[in-house]
Unconditional design. Structure first.
Length: 191
């Protein structure tokens, strides 16, 4: 698969949130405000890119072929360390965003998107370039999903929505509709 195809598939056709349904917790939790969503997206892009490189190197040069059974725990430890690094950097450089992200920043550690992408890279037997391109593309797709949802939720706060649908109900309906819309990109891959 060409790098351009990997980018298209990761961002649109197999969007990690809308088509693979990974990372739903931060997606629904952080997407209330556009600014917070963008900040979370940038943090995820950074952690995803760094974890992709480190997990690929560790898997291919240390774990494979005899210690493959340690893959998940080692990947989680690598991701947790990188999230700590991002937390420290954000706390020093942008305290407002650090406070706005609150509990969701440490949740990047357990964000199944990042662990899932590390495992998907191993399963797809991507080389290091494909791993980096795929991981960054998935993170960009995740960020796009967050930003779209945040924009819609900010508009819905201003709209005249029935009290029965306010809050979580309208968010879940919106997420479902967005998921259906993104599944249309999956159909483009069969042409």
């Amino acid at each position: 698969m060409s790098l351009l195809a990997i980018i298209f598939v990761a961002i649109l056709a197999d969007n990690i949130v809308f088509n693979q349904f990974l990372g739903i917790c931060p997606y629904l939790g952080v997407s209330k405000r556009l600014e917070t969503s963008l900040g979370m997206g940038i943090a995820v892009i950074f952690v995803m890119a760094m974890s992709a490189v480190v997990t690929w190197l560790v898997y291919n040069y240390i774990l494979f072929p005899h210690l493959v059974y340690l893959r998940t725990i080692v990947f989680i430890l690598i991701i947790a360390g990188l999230v700590q690094l991002v937390e420290t950097i954000l706390k020093k450089t942008n305290p407002t965003l650090f406070r706005a992200l609150g509990i969701f920043l440490p949740l990047i550690t357990t964000n199944c998107t990042i662990l899932g992408v590390a495992i998907l890279n191993v399963q797809a037997e991507h080389n290091i370039i494909e791993t980096i391109v795929y991981s960054i593309s998935v993170a960009v797709g995740f960020t796009i999903a967050l930003v779209i949802m945040a924009g819609i939720r900010e508009r819905l706060d201003l709209a005249n929505v029935s009290s029965l649908l306010r809050g979580a109900a309208v968010s879940l309906v919106t997420a479902g509709i967005l998921s259906l819309a993104f599944m249309g990109f999956k159909g483009m891959m069969t042409l």
